[in-house]
Design a protein around this ligand. Structure first.
Ligand SMILES: NC(=O)c1ccc[n+]([C@@H]2O[C@H](COP(=O)([O-])OP(=O)(O)OC[C@H]3O[C@@H](n4cnc5c(N)ncnc54)[C@H](OP(=O)(O)O)[C@@H]3O)[C@@H](O)[C@H]2O)c1
Length: 281
């Protein structure tokens, strides 16, 4: 199956390219997301069997100052992609985020739970989800969280760098979620695209996050243990670590409908941490 991917340098896009030789990834030079019509034209030109959107404006704090661009890239472009896929009658898999939720409570959010984003990034991603659904074609909106891989910018890589520079670290312990290996997301996107091709009735919003749910502090401790780092990690609260964009305290995602529809289970992020740390150190 010929799969066209928006995103080339990103964490998930790189894993998609590595998984399947029939995946073709588009970078900014091929399709700039702030030009939605260019995204539509790229799909028509490549005439794929399915499209995955793994590109997005992902700098959550920077987004607060660039609302216009972020809205176009995360909110409008996915709608243009979805409309083109609907016209061509091919499945569209779109990645979204736990940041569409407000993070209240301590239960896992189901796909149908009311959204309530806390910042510009979350609002823009929710707009993208709505545009994809409104296009009316075969699609899956896949919300994920706390993505990490051996490439790009992510928490695991930031921690490894800090372990080399410090003896002591303070890490936020009151935000809880599921760290998710980019490779597992890439595998899931391909499987979803394949199944949607023959079972378009599976069109819906789904959740995919790694298990178990933990705090950033526990995530950091697991990375430290895998890296054999001599570091003391102590807990701080979100209030003690102010950021331009507010983060949800509860990022737990209920992933049961993904497993029921596609047979995709939550990946255990701890084994991915072991593998990636071994690769990077
Ligand atoms: N990272 C996370 O923790 C996280 C958590 C929840 C959900 N998600 C979602 O998961 C998906 C994949 O995330 P990721 O971590 O793989 O992202 P990433 O590593 O930040 O990569 C983003 C990709 O989007 C491309 N991109 C950004 N702006 C663009 C534009 N204007 N035109 C064309 N391409 C553009 C980037 O290209 P350049 O390299 O050229 O900028 C890059 O290839 C996204 O939808 C994201 O919202 C991520």
């Amino acid at each position: 199956m010929k799969v066209l991917v928006f995103g080339k340098t990103g964490q998930v896009a790189r894993e998609l390219a590595a998984l399947d030789p029939e995946v073709q990834c588009l970078g900014r030079e091929d399709a700039e997301l702030s030009d939605p019509e260019a995204c539509a034209a790229a799909i028509r030109k490549h005439a794929p069997d399915a499209v995955i959107n793994a590109a997005a404006y992902t700098s959550v704090d920077q987004a607060e100052w660039h609302e216009k661009d972020v809205t176009l890239i995360n909110g409008v472009a996915p709608g243009a992609m979805a409309l083109t896929c609907a016209e061509l009658d091919i499945p569209f898999v779109h990645l979204s985020t736990d940041y569409v939720f407000d993070g209240a409570g301590d239960h896992p959010f189901g796909p149908g739970h009311p959204t309530g984003p806390l910042g510009v990034y979350g609002v823009s991603k929710r707009l993208g989800e709505r545009a994809v659904m409104a296009a009316g074609g075969t699609h899956a909106v896949v919300r994920t969280s706390w993505v990490f891989s051996a490439h790009g910018k992510n928490f695991l890589k930031s921690m490894l760098k800090l372990f080399g520079e410090r003896y002591r670290l303070e890490v936020v312990a009151d935000q809880v979620g599921g760290p998710t290996p980019a490779r597992a997301i890439a595998r899931a996107c391909l499987e979803i695209a394949r199944q949607l091709k023959t079972n378009p009735e599976k069109t819906d919003i789904y959740h995919l996050s790694g298990a178990p749910d933990v705090s950033w502090k526990t995530f950091a401790e697991e990375i430290a243990s895998a890296a054999n780092a001599q570091i003391e990690i102590s807990a701080i609260t979100t209030d003690q670590y102010p950021t331009p964009a507010a983060r949800p305290l509860n990022s737990r995602l209920d992933c049961t409908s993904l497993e029921a529809a596609f047979g995709i289970k939550r990946p255990d992020w701890r084994s991915a941490v072991q593998q990636i740390v071994a690769e990077l150190t």
